[in-house]
Design a binder for this molecule. Structure first.
Ligand SMILES: Nc1nc2c(ncn2[C@@H]2O[C@H](COP(=O)(O)OP(=O)(O)OP(=O)(O)O)[C@@H](O)[C@H]2O)c(=O)[nH]1
Length: 351
C-alpha cells in the first residue's frame, strides 16, 4: 500500500432538476390547475471518515467527484427523482482545505463515521402545479432547478495516533513498533528504511492505543533536509512522544539534541509535548556502560531515561506503562477527540 498524505480534488454537487410545465385538459378537470411536478434535488457531496484507511493514495487516481443531478418533474404532478448523494470516504484525520494561498481549513474529520455535507445539491425547480393560477394558461415561468456547487479542495491527512515515535534514522523505531503492535514495519540496517508513516495498535494491560512511527528525522528536517518536515505533521496530534536514542551512537547527548532541535524548529507545539525518553539497543552493552550513557542522557534531557531493547524486549513494558500514564483513560484517546476540541473549522460557503 502506498502512502499519500496530500491530494487535490475537484468536487461538484448535483444540480436540481427542472420543474415541469404541464397542462392537460383532463388533468385540469381532475386537479383544477396545471399539473407539472417539481424537479428532484441534486445529490450532495458528503465526506465520511472511515477506519482502516491510512492513506489518500486513491485520490491520486480519482480526482473528480460529481454527484448526479436531480431528474426533471413531469406531468400529473410527479416530482423528479433526486440525484443520489456522493459519499467520499477518507481516512480519519483528514482535513479539507480551500485551494487558496492560506489553504484555509474548511473541515476536519477526526472521528470514525463523522460525516460532513460539504456541497449541497441544488433544489429542484418548481413545477407549474405549485403555482397558484386559476386560469387554464400555464404560468409564464417555471423553476429551472438550482445550480450545482463546485470547488477544488485539498485533502490533507494528519494521522491520529496517541503516541508518536521520534528518533534519528536507525534508532530502532521500526523494530520497536513491530515488537509492540500488529504493524509490520520494514526494518533495515541502513538509515531511512522507513519512508512513510506507520501506524500500529498497542494492546497493553487491557488498554489499547495507537502509535505512529514517522520516517527518521535528521538535522535540518524541519527546514526540509532529508525526507524533510513533511511527516512531522503526523505527530502534531499525538498526546505523547517516545524518543528513541541508539545507545551505539557516538554521542547520545548530541543524538538527543538533534531531534529536540528539529521538534523545536518545526513548532506547532511538538517540543512541548510530554515525552518518554529511551536509550535503545542496550542488548549490545554491558550494565556499566548502560548506566553511564543513561546518566549522560538524563543530564542532557533533564528527564528520566528508560533503558530499552526493542529487539530483545527489555524495558518494553516500562516504556508502554509510561506512555499509557500520559495517554490516560481510553476516553482521552486522540482518535476519539471530539470535533469541538480541535481546530475550529471555518464554515464552508461556496460562492
Ligand atoms: N542490537 C539491537 N539492534 C536493534 C534494535 N532495534 C533495532 N536494531 C537494529 O537497528 C537497525 C535499524 O532498525 P530500524 O528498526 O529499522 O530503525 P528505524 O529507526 O526504524 O530506522 P529508519 O527506518 O531508517 O528510520 C536494524 O539493523 C535493526 O536490526 C535493538 O533493540 N537492539
Amino acid at each position: 500500500m502506498h502512502f499519500l498524505d496530500q491530494a487535490k480534488i475537484f468536487v461538484r454537487s448535483g444540480a436540481g432538476g427542472p420543474g415541469a410545465v404541464s397542462f392537460r385538459r383532463e388533468k385540469f378537470i381532475e386537479y383544477g390547475g396545471p399539473d407539472g411536478g417539481n424537479g428532484g434535488k441534486g445529490g450532495d457531496i458528503i465526506f465520511e471518515a472511515i477506519a482502516g484507511l491510512n492513506t489518500l493514495i486513491d485520490f491520486r487516481y480519482t480526482q473528480h467527484f460529481r454527484a448526479p443531478r436531480g431528474s426533471g418533474g413531469s406531468g400529473s404532478n410527479r416530482t423528479g427523482a433526486g440525484g443520489e448523494d456522493l459519499v467520499i470516504k477518507v481516512p480519519i484525520g483528514t482535513q479539507i482545505l480551500a485551494d487558496d494561498d492560506e489553504r484555509t481549513l474548511l473541515a476536519d474529520l477526526t472521528k470514525e463515521g463523522q460525516r460532513i455535507v460539504f456541497l449541497r445539491g441544488g433544489d429542484g425547480g418548481r413545477g407549474n402545479a405549485t403555482y397558484k393560477t386559476s386560469t387554464n394558461r400555464a404560468p409564464r415561468q417555471h423553476g429551472t432547478g438550482w445550480p450545482s456547487e463546485e470547488a477544488w479542495v485539498w485533502l490533507r491527512l494528519k494521522l491520529l495516533a496517541d503516541a508518536g515515535l521520534v528518533g534519528l534514522p536507525n534508532a530502532g523505531k521500526s523494530t520497536f513498533i513491530n515488537a509492540v503492535t500488529n504493524a509490520q514495519a520494514k526494518v533495515g540496517e541502513y538509515a531511512f528504511t522507513t519512508t512513510r508513516p506507520q501506524l500500529g495498535v498497542v494492546r497493553h494491560k487491557q488498554r489499547e492505543f495507537v502509535i505512529a512511527d514517522i520516517p527518521g528525522l535528521i538535522e535540518g528536517a524541519a527546514d526540509g533536509a532529508g525526507i524533510g518536515d513533511r511527516f512531522l505533521g503526523h505527530i502534531e496530534r499525538c498526546r505523547v512522544l517516545l524518543h528513541l536514542i541508539d545507545a551505539n551512537d557516538e554521542d547520545v547527548a548530541t543524538s538527543y539534541r538533534i531531534v529536540r532541535d528539529e521538534l523545536e524548529a518545526y513548532g506547532a507545539g511538538l517540543s512541548e509535548k510530554p515525552v518518554v525518553i529511551a536509550l535503545n539497543k542496550i542488548d549490545t552493552l554491558d550494565d556499566e556502560l548502560i548506566a553511564a550513557l543513561s546518566a549522560e542522557l538524563e543530564e542532557a534531557s533533564g528527564a528520566q531515561v528508560i533503558p530499552l531493547s526493542g529487539a530483545a524486549g527489555t524495558g518494553v513494558d516500562w516504556v508502554l506503562d509510561q506512555l499509557l500514564e500520559v495517554i490516560g483513560p481510553n476516553e482521552n484517546r486522540a482518535a476519539d477527540e471530539s470535533f469541538e476540541d480541535g481546530e475550529e473549522p471555518v464554515q464552508w460557503s461556496p460562492v
